[in-house]
Design a protein around this ligand. Structure first.
Ligand SMILES: [Zn+2]
Length: 53
């Protein structure tokens, strides 16, 4: 398996309970700290998820 450059796997953590709920692939070149509103099982509601490494 070759490791292609340009794809970064980022983990999205809930901003309230900090549980790691989602993993996405982000193309390189996007440096902004993206925020996603997603459902958190731990909080049992929609919360802001932020990317982490
Ligand atoms: Zn949460």
């Amino acid at each position: 398996m070759k490791n292609k450059k340009g794809k970064n796997k980022v983990v999205l953590v809930c901003s309230e309970c900090f549980s790691r709920n989602y993993a996405i692939n982000k193309s390189s070149g996007v440096n902004e700290n993206l925020q996603f509103k997603k459902y958190c099982k731990n909080c049992n509601k929609m919360t802001i998820h932020k990317e982490t490494k």
